[in-house]
Design a protein around this ligand. Structure first.
Ligand SMILES: Cc1cc2nc3c(=O)[nH]c(=O)nc-3n(C[C@H](O)[C@H](O)[C@H](O)COP(=O)(O)OP(=O)(O)OC[C@H]3O[C@@H](n4cnc5c(N)ncnc54)[C@H](O)[C@@H]3O)c2cc1C
Length: 475
């Protein structure tokens, strides 16, 4: 075939796309020139692992879910199986901040619904009227129309306001750093809608779900931690392994793409440094507002749709302390903070409890999240102030009596897409407009999932579509 495909963006989406193109070219014995252009000096986008003084510090993502198969499948293909590690099998639970104290999410409470009676009845997290309201979920009639609705609407309708404010908002919206009043349930957790439609009740459906029952037997609550894995040496392993497999010359760093032109037979990719690269196919593997800028010149309507997907910013603060200076027993993987508690931290992972090898012996490593749709103003503060706020809240909540041994703040400006009510319709419209071009593909976290497996799937699907399209054209 002897054709060229340019992949724009060297995050996990772009790397997966480039890798899949190279795999297909080798499997089908069809020559293909793949070029990956990355605007910065590094690869991996928001994935970044730092190793220092015996710590393995994740600045961005720290694990991925295995129920969506694409990341695991990729690991199998590129020989990373033996590098995978599971979360610790102890303490698989989450605390919630409740009136300034850490209270465990009751055993059997999964994301937004209780599945065990006694722990739910005895938890101080909800009032008696809140508990009664949640229990009514099992007998409430199901919604009959299929219209999209927000997480807030769904949870208050089925389980009541207390469940939303105290657990569902911090646990679910924490994943998307989103506002529950606008987060589309159909685009983020369609399984809950399906549970209502099929079983008439989320609680009853969860009780029947075998995977959830398995987690419950192992004492899990909150998120389903048994389903998450990482790499012994951190998430960067995936990035460096993918990069090392690409043929020499494939990756060009410090190549910020500014524009794309579309001519009848090919594409022209123009970089900030003035290069004009001609290409038979283009995969844009960027956050959608960045893709929008590149597309504006030749398709303003598509660009306008892409710019409608909003992105929120966040900061991750890594802090470490001597365990002997912490009075709290840390019998969980972390805590989440409901908006109603009005705190600076949105959530905190007890990194060295979740993955014990991440900190030297005798030291606890924490990862705190700040910002997001519900507290964007906090990010106007400088790094030392963010670190200080996180430190002070950890001292108060965990009984820490010393200064941090390690402190690190990393900012993620406009990195988390907000899947608002109507997101799926917006994406359908975007797909229709992109389909017109055939040799242009859009991939990334703005469309059908924000997690690493989703991004890999998105990049690999884009690669497959372009590969077969070019193959058809050359016959
Ligand atoms: C703080 C944080 C924690 C997260 N935690 C988890 C987690 O634990 N598990 C999980 O599954 N997911 C997690 N996610 C989500 C997931 O990590 C991201 O959705 C995913 O990594 C995005 O990858 P991407 O390649 O699509 O985009 P990005 O990582 O944003 O990569 C885009 C790349 O394109 C480059 N670029 C931008 N513009 C241009 C241009 N014009 N020309 C050339 N290059 C350009 C950028 O420099 C960047 O390298 C987290 C996200 C964040 C922000």
């Amino acid at each position: 075939m002897g054709k060229r495909v340019v992949v724009i963006g060297g995050g996990i989406t772009g790397l997966s796309a480039a890798n899949r193109l190279v795999e297909l070219s080798s499997e089908k014995k069809i020559k293909l020139d793949v070029l990956l252009l990355e605007g910065s000096n590094g690869l991996g986008g928001v994935i970044s692992t730092k190793k220092e003084h015996g710590y393995i510090i994740e600045e961005g993502p720290d694990s991925f879910i295995t129920t969506k198969p694409w990341a695991l499948n990729l690991c199998n293909r590129i020989g990373l199986d033996s590098e995978l590690i599971h979360t610790s099998d102890k303490n698989r639970r989450t605390y919630v901040v409740h009136h300034g104290k850490l209270i465990p999410i009751p055993d059997g409470f999964m994301m937004l619904a209780p599945t065990r009676i006694l722990p739910f009845l005895t938890t101080p997290l909800f009032s008696w009227s809140g508990k009664l309201r949640a229990a009514l979920e099992t007998v409430l009639p199901r919604k009959t129309d299929q219209r999209d609705e927000s997480l807030a609407s769904f949870v208050t309708r089925r389980l009541g306001r207390e469940v939303l404010d105290r657990v569902a908002q911090p646990l679910i919206c924490g994943i998307y750093t989103a506002d529950p009043e606008t987060l589309s349930l159909r685009a983020t957790f369609p399984q809950f809608l399906e549970m209502e439609t099929k079983h008439g009740s989320v609680i009853r459906a969860m009780l029947k779900d075998k995977q959830i029952s398995k987690g419950l037997k192992n004492g899990e609550s909150g998120a389903r931690y048994s389903l998450f894995v990482s790499f012994k040496e951190g998430m960067q392993t995936l990035v460096s392994t993918l990069a090392s497999r690409l043929p020499q010359g494939t990756i060009r760093k410090n190549q910020m793409v500014e524009l794309i032109h579309n001519s009848l037979k090919s594409w022209n990719v123009i970089t900030k440094s003035g290069d004009n690269l001609s290409s038979d196919g283009v995969i844009i593997a960027l956050p959608s507002y960045q893709a929008s800028k590149l597309i504006k010149g030749f398709d303003p309507s598509l660009a306008s749709d892409l710019s409608k997907i909003q992105y929120e910013s966040s900061a991750v603060i890594n802090l470490a302390y001597n365990i002997e200076d912490i009075s709290h027993p840390l019998e969980a993987f972390g805590f989440v903070v409901p908006k109603v508690e009005s705190r600076a931290i949105l959530a905190c992972s007890f990194t060295s409890i979740k993955f014990p090898e991440r900190a030297p012996q005798g030291i606890a490593l924490f990862r705190c999240f700040m910002g997001g749709a519900l507290n964007p103003e906090i990010l106007q503060t400088d790094d030392p102030s963010l670190i200080n706020m996180a430190h002070e809240e950890l001292c108060e909540l965990l009984g820490i009596v010393s200064k941090p041994l390690l402190k690190m703040a990393t900012r993620y400006p406009k990195s988390m897409p907000q899947y608002k009510v109507g997101h799926l319709e917006l994406i359908e419209g975007i797909k229709e407009k992109v389909n017109k071009y055939q040799t242009l593909q859009l991939a990334g976290n703005g469309f059908n999932g924000v997690g690493i497996p989703d991004c890999i799937h998105s990049g690999e699907s884009a690669a497959k579509n372009i590969f077969y399209c070019l193959q058809r054209k050359s016959v």
